[in-house]
Design a protein around this ligand. Structure first.
Ligand SMILES: [Zn+2]
Length: 337
């Protein structure tokens, strides 16, 4: 069985077939840690290679990542890409992908938290979150070196920076050279979270001390409608990680860094945003601008310095986040201070 066939079956078949081909990739141990999750570990490892977790389809209608994932599988099956580093390949939400939907019962990318009652919750995504967390835990038990998790998504709206990385909240900063690698892969902006948010990339970072990002790779489009050319540098990065090629990041690549400084929650049924619904991510609002009005909480107005709005959505449930507010990170020029 080829890797491509395995993942195609995982998405489309009524009944799941376990991975069983022990000789699919010469010199590589392939282990199924959960349905739709394969670990590829070279039998002979060069010292110092870094492991990678690559996930796609956590939201079922975000197809560009699934197409990139398919390119990797095809290259592996054809022997054009050799596995030189431990890699965990994860296809997220099979039923949502098959249905072309973001999710079936609830947003999978809010559920990656231990010590919750997921086990007793029979919603489709709750069971899948459990499987994925266990699969990552199993993969991580055998890994000794550094790990990078790239959880690939596409955004629901346009963006002033079409390709951006969200850095989960953590006490340990992302090393500069990792930001540079992302910039070299065509990522235009980085957004650092200000508090815990129970996403998949946060899970690997928070519980396993890995580096991890949620990558927004352009805007949601149906299969075949994605601009894969703009994602070619990202595919190169994924291939290099899989091959265990410890390339130096390009010297001239850079991206714009933002910090989340606040969020606006929907507190009552009577809630509205004060700007057009289809506004682009990272749109800037000047001091004095009105952002949202909530029946219980009142009006939010931008105070002394401009803010950038990310992921606005007025139609979230009560008590949920309706938008994030971000500011550019003030970068100290080299040699200053
Ligand atoms: Zn997504």
């Amino acid at each position: 069985m080829s890797l491509s066939d395995y993942f195609a079956d995982f998405i489309a078949a009524d009944e799941l077939t376990a991975w069983s081909d022990s000789a699919a990739l010469p010199g590589v141990a392939v282990t199924e840690h959960a349905p739709g999750v394969l670990a590829l570990v070279p039998e002979a490892l060069e010292p110092g290679v870094e492991a990678t977790i690559i996930s796609a389809g956590i939201h079922g209608n975000e197809t560009a990542p699934i197409e990139l994932f398919g390119e990797l599988l095809a290259a592996l099956d054809a022997g054009q890409l050799r596995v030189g580093a431990p890699t965990l390949l994860i296809m997220g939400n099979r039923r949502a992908i098959a249905g072309g939907q973001r999710y079936i019962d609830t947003n999978l990318n809010r559920l990656f938290r231990r010590d919750t009652l997921l086990r007793d919750d029979d919603r489709f995504e709750c069971q899948r979150a459990l499987e994925l967390m266990q699969a990552v835990d199993r993969f991580m038990t055998d890994i000794t070196g550094a790990v990078l998790h790239l959880d690939m998504h596409t955004a629901l709206r346009d963006s002033r920076y079409p390709r951006f990385a969200i850095e989960p909240f953590s006490d340990t900063p992302t090393p500069d050279n990792l930001w540079q690698h992302l910039a070299g892969a065509g990522i235009q902006a980085g957004l650092s979270q200000h508090q815990h948010s129970w996403t998949f990339s946060h899970y690997t970072r928070h519980y396993h001390g890995a580096q991890g990002f949620t990558l927004e790779l352009g805007r949601v489009a149906p299969f075949g409608g994605n601009d894969l050319e703009s994602l070619a540098p990202m595919l190169d990065l994924l291939r290099a990680r899989l091959a265990g090629a410890g390339a130096r990041p390009p010297d001239n690549a850079s991206l714009v860094r933002f910090d989340v400084i606040d969020e606006i929650m929907r507190e009552s049924d009577d809630f509205r945003l004060c700007f057009a619904e289809d506004i682009a991510n990272f749109t800037e609002f000047a001091p004095g601008s009105s952002l949202a009005v909530d029946g219980a909480r009142g009006e939010w107005v931008v105070k002394e310095s401009p803010v950038h709005v990310v992921f606005p959505n007025a139609r979230v449930e009560r008590g949920a986040r309706a938008l994030l507010l971000a500011r550019p990170v003030v970068q100290t020029p080299p040699g200053a201070g």
